[in-house]
Design a protein around this ligand. Structure first.
Ligand code: NAD
Ligand code: DAU
Length: 356
């Protein structure tokens, strides 16, 4: 195992999004002496309400800005004496990448290259540095009914989103191989948990069930995703940042495969219990709709390297995680109403022909 690297000043990009904000809340609770600078453009997906727990912390600084702004990034790295970058910022929704791929290339590819180049120049003056690229299992493409993605699986992205993430991952590799920048690359399966934007499957279903709206299931509903609680993902990223050997890739996943239709039915049933509705009532809202273009059939992650080399294990059972997630959404309807009332409303109306 690599000697433990202890960051003293961490630049987090995209820290107002779903996973980035969960990561900051997790990391700052366990690393009170580390400074954390959150650089986020606050697109439709970013929300500072996700970060109220750290707002008053003297070691926390929020900067509204674009990862494609090379001058801003260079200035922050120098000014804050940053010795580690955890790069979450991205356009993250596959459906949006199908209707508008350009912004995915700009943010995910060009934004990553901008951060890498600024980090390369900045790190030349430092004894030690880490750049951690938060990536996705989608870069590996799609699986048939058997098998798992390992770190050796060839990249075969199918959507503009996953292609842009694969492009970014290859730039990360290039900066390690060519310049010796100490990079790390994590590739995680589908996350769920608090602050998940309600355009993604699980929070969209919770929101629509509550409003008694139809529950759009793409295609035959038999596509498979491998779900991991966002807090387990956050812990994995911290472990890789501190103990991963530079130049390495680590898959992250919880061995928790679900067919989409089964997860939608489960969410319906758990919601019915909580809302005092008759058993089976919400399942009536399930509507099979036109399939997503290029819809990957199955994702399943082999995370044995992370377990073996860095002793990481997920702590959530899915039973507990999904129940807590539903309870969180029910207790935080103000947050949901706020995020669906902004720029998202237009997108929702275009997708579903109803008001968010
Ligand atoms: P998200 O869409 O919820 O958040 C993205 C954040 O990035 C937002 O706060 C947004 O404002 C910010 N952002 C976008 N463009 C920016 C720019 N140009 N400059 C600065 N900030 C910008 O995404 P998420 O689901 O939290 O995903 C975070 C990362 O994790 C992404 O890189 C994604 O590819 C990866 N990932 C996500 C999942 C998942 O299940 N959601 C799984 C594996 C990997
Ligand atoms: O695997 C990791 C990836 O997981 C991340 O890299 C992405 O950023 C993240 O968005 C997620 O991508 P998916 O496309 O798997 O997630 P999404 O929630 O959009 O969809 C999950 C599955 O549910 C997928 O098979 C499509 C289906 N689906 C989705 C929506 C929004 C539906 O059937 N109906 C829907 O309304």
């Amino acid at each position: 195992m690599q000697d433990v690297f202890t960051p003293t000043s961490l630049l987090v990009t995209g820290g107002a999004g779903f996973i980035g904000s969960n990561f900051i809340n997790h990391f700052m609770a366990g690393n009170p002496d580390c400074r954390v600078i959150n650089l986020d453009l606050l697109t439709y997906a970013g929300n500072l309400k996700n970060l109220t727990a750290v707002e008053g912390n003297a070691n926390y600084r929020f900067v509204k800005g674009d990862i494609c702004d090379a001058d801003l990034v260079a200035r922050l790295l120098a000014e804050e004496k940053v010795d580690a970058v955890a790069h979450f910022a991205a356009e993250s929704h596959v459906d949006r990448s199908i209707t508008g791929p350009d912004i995915f290339v700009r943010t995910n590819v060009l934004g990553t290259q901008t951060l890498l180049e600024a980090s390369r120049q900045h790190a030349e003056q430092l004894a030690d540095f880490r750049f951690l690229q938060v990536s996705t299992d989608e870069v590996y493409g799609s699986l048939g009914p058997e098998g798992y993605f390992t770190e050796e699986t060839p990249l075969a992205p199918n959507s503009p989103y996953s292609a842009s993430k694969a492009g970014a991952d290859l730039l990360v590799r290039a900066y390690f191989e060519t310049f010796g920048l100490p990079t790390l690359n994590t590739r995680c399966s589908n996350n769920y948990g608090p602050y998940h934007f309600p355009e993604k499957l699980i929070p969209l279903m919770i929101h629509n069930i509550l409003k008694k709206r139809s529950l759009p299931v793409y295609g035959d509903g038999l596509n498979v995703r491998d779900w991991l609680h966002v807090k387990d993902h956050s812990a994995a990223i911290e472990r890789v940042l501190k103990q991963g050997k530079p130049g390495e890739i680590f898959n992250v996943g919880g061995n928790n495969e679900w067919k989409n239709i089964d997860i939608v039915k489960l969410v319906c049933d758990l919601m019915d219990e909580r809302l005092g509705r008759a058993a089976g009532e919400s399942r009536e809202l399930i509507t099979f709709v036109k399939d997503r273009k290029g819809h990957d059939r199955r994702y399943a992650i082999d995370a044995s390297k992370l377990k073996r080399e860095l002793s990481w294990e997920p702590s959530y059972t899915f039973e507990r995680g999904i129940a807590e997630t539903i309870d969180w959404y029910l207790a935080n309807q103000g947050w949901v109403e706020e995020v669906v009332s902004g720029a998202y409303r237009e997108y929702y109306e275009m997708q579903y022909g109803a008001t968010a």
